[in-house]
Design a protein around this ligand. Structure first.
Ligand SMILES: Nc1nc2c(c(=O)[nH]1)N[C@H]1C(S)=C(S)[C@@H](COP(=O)(O)O)O[C@H]1N2
Ligand SMILES: [Mo]
Length: 209
């Protein structure tokens, strides 16, 4: 290009790009396509499905723990849709299989009226806080299948939480349980400056966003 060539204005190319942009892509995200990055603060634990348990405790009517076999006897539920990591990759049309978190909450007698938030925690100690309303009403799952196959250990197998409408750091891998609370309590990333809720469509990346 020489100095005499017409140069498209910023505004023109910006509009063209906006028109091409996949509507499934929240602001500031890119499409990871066939890749699925692994993001772990800890070394992948080797957890035997036979030793895996899930505890639902705190402000529920009947706190309880499920074994792998007990969890698999519950009615199955699937998520097919998109996921969004705060480091800016999104992945479209992923398929997870497991059980709805609503089913586990009901199995624990349901949340007590005072419950407003949950802390989800991993067998490794990783935690994430969530408003109770974000993990009820068919928006959160405990999953052990990806694309019909067992969930790989590096992606949280034998089982993880998924809350796909929020940034994926809320989707605790190697999930061990949820504690229902009457207040918000920051988890691992939230203590380190990340947003308490993390809605990708509102770009709630950091505290104060
Ligand atoms: N236990 C645990 N869960 C975790 C994390 C982690 O470091 N440890 N990282 C979170 C983050 S930042 C993201 S983006 C997703 C990544 O899941 P993936 O590695 O399967 O892509 O897991 C979330 N859950
Ligand atoms: Mo992430």
């Amino acid at each position: 290009m020489t100095a005499h060539d017409p140069v498209p204005t910023r505004g023109f190319t910006g509009r063209a790009r906006a028109a091409d942009r996949d509507p499934r892509l929240p602001p500031g995200q890119y499409d990871a396509r066939d890749t699925w990055p692994v993001l772990s603060a800890e070394v992948t634990p080797r957890l035997d499905a036979a030793d895996w348990t899930l505890r639902v405790g705190g402000l529920v009517a009947r706190p309880r723990t499920w074994t792998w076999a007990e969890a698999h006897a519950l009615p199955p539920s699937r998520y097919a849709g998109d996921i969004h990591c705060v480091t800016s990759w999104s992945k479209f049309g992923v398929r997870f299989g497991g059980v709805s978190l609503d089913t586990f909450l009901a199995g624990a007698g349901g949340p007590l009226p005072a419950a407003t938030h949950v802390v989800a925690y991993a067998h490794t100690g990783y935690t994430a806080n969530l408003p109770l309303a974000d993990v009820t009403g068919g928006r959160a799952w405990i999953v052990w299948e990806y694309d019909g196959e067992p969930l790989p250990p590096e992606h949280g197998g034998p089982a993880r939480l998924i809350v796909p409408h929020l940034y994926f750091w809320k989707s605790v891998k190697w999930v061990a349980g949820l504690e229902l609370l009457d207040h918000d309590e920051p988890g691992f990333w939230e203590k380190n400056g990340y947003h308490h809720r993390g809605d990708p469509w509102r770009e709630e990346r950091y505290a104060g966003d």
